[in-house]
Design a protein. Sequence first.
Length: 169
Amino acid sequence: MKTILWATMTANGNYAQSSPDNPPKKEAWADFVTHASAAGNFIVGRRTFEAMRGGGGPGPFGEVDIVVVSKHAADIPGVKIVRSPQEALAYLRQKGHRTALISGGADVHNSFLGQGLVDEVIFNVAPVMEGKGLNLLIDQDHYRFKHVELLGCRPLGGGVVQLHYAIAR
């Protein structure tokens, strides 16, 4: 199964923090919906899922398998709760998916990356800079490089630029 990590980053390399005062760029959100629909699924952490869901309901994801990785989440109707990245991927394989879209947040991304479970990354770079923020951490104990190959880059509009990389194994 191919795994794709999808994230929106700031121009200075942090995760773009969304809030009611700072909603996600519509171009990045539309791109996420397109990728989730194409994959037929996405994997997300509980806090990020709750922020995405907002007022509740399936939103644009009625036909998409949503997997929430959480050690403590209770049942969420229409969503599969798992405890680990491996359990998330096993569930999606069992459902017949060939691609898994890992949509966030930082803890979920870092968990998948730290365990070597990511084949590709898609970064949508938003035209903002933040004074503080969360980052991707490949290995917190050692300074190691992860080489990547550029698969593509394109403007999404609204100043958002998408970078698509394959992770060298």
